[in-house]
Structures are given as structure tokens and as C-alpha cells.
Design a protein around this ligand. Structure first.
Ligand SMILES: NC(=O)c1ccc[n+]([C@@H]2O[C@H](COP(=O)([O-])OP(=O)(O)OC[C@H]3O[C@@H](n4cnc5c(N)ncnc54)[C@H](OP(=O)(O)O)[C@@H]3O)[C@@H](O)[C@H]2O)c1
Length: 292
């Protein structure tokens, strides 16, 4: 896969001095191994919460705030927003490399027909380097993919969910679990019914994540799932790539943190501290830590 910004370094523009961790705070990451450090100078470390898994999120947005086009569009994925930016894929791989689990909504899975939520999928030439880094960090060879679905309309034969070395958990409702119970699932996939409601409550989702033993979860959207987790105040940090294009599709575009049918009046009220700014060519990489 080729695209914009092939091989560029994600150069620091500004790193908040207060982003250093206080004594006693457990963190995942640090200086990157030699095979990755050349493209990401400085540290990449995420504080781990003691009482629950830390949740970070990663999105790419256009300058005008679009993260997804409408389902009717011929192409609706993140690659269209980023212009297939290789530096954005590299950032995505770094975060997947650090995470125990990658959480995605079923809408994103249905669009990414062949996508696998692993570091190797987004930067294949560095697959061995990422595998060695995860081993050094004491992590499982691949992050577990957690798919969230109310309906249970998840294709068990999806190319990215049926690779034997990538564990997959579909977290769904009782109705969704009944639907999936009629299908033949690959050996790497299991289904967890989280409650009897019409949706999976964010707290129930987090309990499934915690039960895997995960300390760090990466949410890769889409906008609906991210909105739910944000509203439940479960997102600790956001890594946001701003791609230098204007989509110009106002009527059909979707924005970050969308929660349909909800009016927040004055807004969600979730403020965040900016903790780092990097760039690779015209791509801007922002890191925000949400204020508790
Ligand atoms: N720009 C980016 O960085 C980025 C990142 C990710 C995705 N995207 C794009 O976003 C678009 C998809 O947007 P979306 O908002 O529809 O994605 P989504 O959040 O991935 O999918 C929504 C679906 O996820 C399931 N879901 C979400 N929250 C749930 C909950 N609390 N309980 C149960 N099920 C839940 C439901 O699945 P069921 O319908 O099965 O019930 C729901 O219909 C795609 O075009 C994708 O490419 C962009």
C-alpha cells in the first residue's frame, strides 16, 4: 500500500513539559526500539490507570472536521480522509503496537472489509519490528480485536477477523449473541453477550476489556462508538491526525464523537489538555489528554 508521506519522520513541534509522569505512575512504552525510533524521535508512553484499563483513541480528520463520509458514498473509510497517508498509518501502528486490545464498532468493521486491526496490517514491512517490540514490552504477539455490535451483524468470515493468531471478541447484546450463535465462528473468535439492553453499555464493554487482563485499550472508532465512550467519560487520551484536505461534503459527512438522537445543548463539556504536536509533511499529529 503506498500513499502520501511515505517514510517521513513524525517530527516533534511541541511537547508539553508537564506531560512527564509523576513518580509512581505506571506507564506503557517509552523510547521506541531502533527500528522505529528513527521515525518517531522522543518517547511514546501512555499512563496506565490503576483502577481500570486506560482507553486511548485514534482518529484522522480533515481540516474541516470530517472523519467519515456517509454510507452511500463509494468510499467511506479513513484512507479517503488521510489520502492514504503512510505517516498516519505509522502512527496507527505505533498505538496498536502499545495496546492490549483494539476496540472498533461494527460499522467500521463492515466498511473495512479486508482490514485487520494489527500493526502489521498498516505497515507490513515493519511487522517483525513491531512483533519484537511487543515481545520486549511483555505483550501478546497481536492485540485482541474487540468488535462492538448491537445487532450481531458481524461477518465471521471477515478477512481481518478470521486470522488464527489474532484473538477476536464480539461484544454484543443478547439478541446479537443469538444471531451469532447460528453461525459457524472461526476458532480465534468468541462472542460475549453484555446485558439485555438494546445496546452495549460502555461500562459493560469496559468490563469485557478488563476481563481479558488488558491495561491499555485503543479505540479506533468509528464516530458512534467513540461518542459513546466519550459520553461515558471513559476516554483518557485522543490521538488526532489532521490531514491537510477539506472534504467539502457537509451534508453527508460525519464528525468525531457523534451520538445520534442526542442533544447536548451546550456541548459535551469534555475539555482536554494538548500534550504533544508533531508533523510529517502536511499531516499534523495532535495528542490530547482529557481532563478528568
Ligand atoms: N477517520 C477515522 O479515523 C475513522 C475511524 C474509524 C472509522 N471511521 C469511519 O467511520 C465510519 C463508520 O462510522 P460509524 O459511526 O457508523 O461507526 P461505528 O461506531 O464503528 O459503528 C456503529 C455501529 O457499531 C455498533 N455500536 C457502536 N456503539 C455501540 C454500542 N454502544 N452498543 C452496541 N453496538 C454499538 C453498532 O453496530 P450494529 O449496527 O451491528 O448494531 C453501530 O451500528 C466508516 O466510514 C469508517 O471508515 C473513520
Amino acid at each position: 500500500m503506498t500513499g502520501r508521506n511515505e517514510g517521513l519522520t513524525l517530527d516533534p513541534i511541541w511537547l508539553a513539559p508537564e506531560a512527564e509522569f509523576a513518580d509512581g505512575v505506571e506507564a506503557r512504552g517509552g523510547l521506541l526500539p531502533p527500528g522505529l525510533a528513527g521515525r518517531f524521535p522522543g518517547e511514546l508512553a501512555v499512563a496506565l490507570r490503576p483502577e481500570r484499563p486506560t482507553v486511548i483513541a485514534n482518529f484522522v480528520s480533515s481540516i474541516d472536521g470530517v472523519v467519515a463520509m456517509a454510507a452511500e458514498e463509494p468510499s467511506t473509510g479513513g484512507a479517503e480522509i488521510s489520502g492514504s497517508s503512510e505517516s498516519d498509518r505509522f502512527m496507527m501502528a505505533l498505538l496498536r503496537g502499545l495496546a492490549d486490545v483494539v476496540i472498533v464498532g461494527a460499522g467500521t468493521v463492515r466498511v473495512g472489509r479486508r482490514h485487520e486491526w494489527t500493526p502489521r496490517n498498516v505497515v507490513p514491512p515493519l511487522a517483525a519490528v513491531f512483533a519484537a517490540w511487543r515481545s520486549e514490552l511483555g505483550l501478546a504477539p497481536q492485540p485482541t480485536t474487540i468488535v462492538v455490535s448491537a445487532s450481531g451483524k458481524v461477518d465471521p468470515n471477515h478477512a481481518g477477523l478470521s486470522t488464527s493468531d489474532v484473538p477476536v471478541i464480539v461484544v454484543t447484546t443478547a439478541a446479537g449473541a443469538s444471531r451469532l450463535a447460528t453461525m459457524s465462528l472461526p476458532a480465534n473468535m468468541r462472542v460475549v453477550a453484555a446485558g439485555d439492553g438494546p445496546n452495549v453499555a460502555s461500562g459493560a464493554l469496559l468490563a469485557v476489556v478488563r476481563d481479558t487482563g488488558a491495561r491499555l485499550a485503543l479505540c479506533e472508532g468509528g464516530p458512534h462508538l467513540f461518542g459513546e465512550l466519550l459520553r461515558a467519560r471513559l476516554v483518557d487520551e485522543l490521538f488526532l491526525t489532521v490531514a491537510p484536505q477539506v472534504m467539502g461534503r457537509d451534508s453527508v459527512a460525519r464528525r468525531l464523537g457523534l451520538v445520534e438522537g442526542t442533544s447536548f445543548g451546550g456541548g459535551l463539556g469534555r475539555w482536554a489538555d494538548l500534550t504533544s504536536v508533531r508533523h510529517a509533511g502536511g499531516d499534523l499529529f495532535l495528542r490530547y489528554r482529557f481532563v478528568p
